[in-house]
Design a protein around this ligand. Structure first.
Ligand SMILES: C[S@@+](CC[C@H](N)C(=O)[O-])C[C@H]1O[C@@H](n2cnc3c(N)ncnc32)[C@H](O)[C@@H]1O
Length: 277
């Protein structure tokens, strides 16, 4: 593989230590948007994969521990060919341990896909494209491997937490981060907005469409903090700064608890869809 960037080196290390954290966080939470409701944000993507009795090849880019591929494999669609690519060997090992042998898994980066041109009908990606360096090259590779008319659909981040607790968190996080978080840039800012995606996909893709997906969740403050420790920037804080953040956050968020002790929040995601032109 090409030498990894600083962000990729960190991501490799994180996913070596924290295998499967993304599916642990998202697989059990329902997702909704003005357009519908789904069992999870992974189901938003699987619901867009045609259930046809004809050959269909699906690539999951940055497949992690293979949760999405597992949902597709469970359909038992006879002519479905499933391929997952991820740069993390540890995540792929977890995927291999649970997925049927017919699902192909490759270690690799989104910037150089070891996949023949025009061989993929449907390319999906869940919570990964906003992390990738040189996203323009990733988009070129996605277009190259998709056949003309093939579909692209990705779930990416939209906001961090849903509801008032997001502002509360940012208020306590920013001063601690500016003091204690080593600089490291993840991905391309354009993956955080609809305008940015339109710019990235222009020319090579058509019929670009978006949907705001909310993954609602009502954790206790302690459960929410535990989930936050599995996010990259909080993981990157040293122990003392993380402890300071924990205390400041739990204190600042206490007034947001409902009568049952939980906080109404969740994760704000975005669905990006397009057709290979
Ligand atoms: C937040 S996890 C999401 C994993 C999986 N898609 C899921 O939702 O369960 C991000 C994944 O992207 C992978 N990744 C990040 N940058 C990548 C790149 N440039 N090429 C391939 N994989 C990458 C990481 O190894 C990690 O498995």
């Amino acid at each position: 593989m090409t030498p990894l960037t600083a962000a990729e080196t960190y991501l490799q290390d994180f996913h070596q230590r924290q295998v499967g954290v993304t599916s642990a966080a998202f697989a059990h939470l329902p997702a909704s948007s003005p357009a519908g409701t789904w069992a999870s944000s992974y189901h938003v993507l699987t619901s867009l994969a045609p259930a046809v009795d004809a050959p269909l090849s699906v690539l999951d880019l940055a497949c992690g521990d293979g949760h999405l591929l597992g949902l597709l494999a469970a359909r038992r669609q006879p002519q479905l060919q499933l391929l997952g690519i991820d740069m993390s060997q540890a995540e792929l090992a977890a995927a291999r341990a649970t997925l049927p042998a017919s699902v192909r898994l490759l270690q690799g980066r989104g910037q150089t896909l070891d996949v023949p041109s025009a061989s993929v009908d449907y390319l999906v990606s869940h919570m990964a494209l906003m992390l990738m360096d040189d996203i323009e090259q990733v988009v070129r590779e996605m277009r190259r491997v998709l056949r003309p008319g093939g579909q692209f659909a990705a779930i990416v981040g939209r906001t961090f937490l849903l509801g008032e607790v997001n502002d509360v968190f940012m208020r306590v996080f920013k001063p601690i981060a500016s003091d204690a978080l080593p600089p490291l840039r993840f991905g391309d800012r354009r993956t955080g907005s609809e305008a940015g995606w339109r710019e990235l996909l222009a020319g090579a893709f058509a019929d670009v469409a978006f949907d705001d997906i909310d993954v609602r969740w009502s954790p206790t403050p302690g459960e929410l903090w535990t989930a936050l420790t599995d996010t990259y920037d909080i993981d990157r804080l040293h122990d003392g700064a993380r402890q300071r953040l924990r205390e400041a956050f739990l204190d600042a968020a206490a007034h947001l608890q409902d009568s049952d002790g939980t906080i109404a929040t969740g994760w704000g995601l975005r669905l990006v869809c397009a057709r290979a032109a």
